[in-house]
Design a protein around this ligand. Structure first.
Ligand code: FES
Length: 89
């Protein structure tokens, strides 16, 4: 899975460095680092949302922040990876 965290100026201000830190930490804790290519992306074009924009393969999730990070991570990254890549959104 390719995970691209938007590091455009708007998302940067809304906390993308923190989201990247959290991603690294949780991927390491779950030993999923080898299953994910973590990248930065320039503006994905969804800046008018609250929180940070993250693209997972071809799925775009807006509004990621410190508070909802765990839900986001479990639903969009950990479960699809543990279930062999099948994602139901
Ligand atoms: S800066 Fe992140 S979507 Fe535009």
């Amino acid at each position: 899975m390719i995970v691209q965290v938007c590091v455009g100026s708007s998302c940067h201000l809304k906390g993308s460095p923190e989201v990247v830190d959290l991603l690294r930490k949780h991927l390491a804790a779950d030993k999923l680092e080898d299953d994910v290519i973590l990248m930065g992306a320039f503006c994905i074009g969804k800046c008018n949302r609250e929180g940070v924009t993250v693209q997972l393969d071809d799925e775009i999730v807006c509004g990621v922040n410190r508070e909802n990070f765990l839900d986001f991570y479990r639903q969009h990254i950990r479960e699809p990876l543990l279930n062999g890549g099948a994602s139901n959104g």
